[in-house]
Design a protein around this ligand. Structure first.
Ligand code: SF4
Length: 60
C-alpha cells in the first residue's frame, strides 16, 4: 500500500485513526492526524482507519 495521507482541511481531530491504527497514525500538536515517521505502511489497520474516518480524510 502507498503511504497514507491525511487531508488536514478535512480532518476533524476525532482521534479515531490513531486509536484504530496506533502504529501508523498519531495526533499532531495542531490537532490534525498525521502519519508517524517510520510507520509500518503494510499494516492492515490502515484500511480500517480509512474506512472508519468519519469525514473520509485519509487516502492511500
Ligand atoms: S479519523 Fe479522520 S477525522 Fe478523525 S483524526 Fe483521523 S483523519 Fe482526522
Amino acid at each position: 500500500m502507498a503511504s497514507p495521507t491525511v487531508d488536514a482541511d478535512l480532518c476533524v481531530s476525532c482521534g479515531l485513526c490513531s486509536q484504530v491504527c496506533d502504529e501508523v497514525f498519531e495526533m499532531g500538536g495542531d490537532g490534525v492526524a498525521a502519519v508517524k515517521d517510520g510507520a509500518n505502511l503494510g499494516a492492515d489497520c490502515i484500511q480500517d482507519a480509512i474506512d472508519q474516518c468519519p469525514v473520509g480524510a485519509i487516502s492511500a
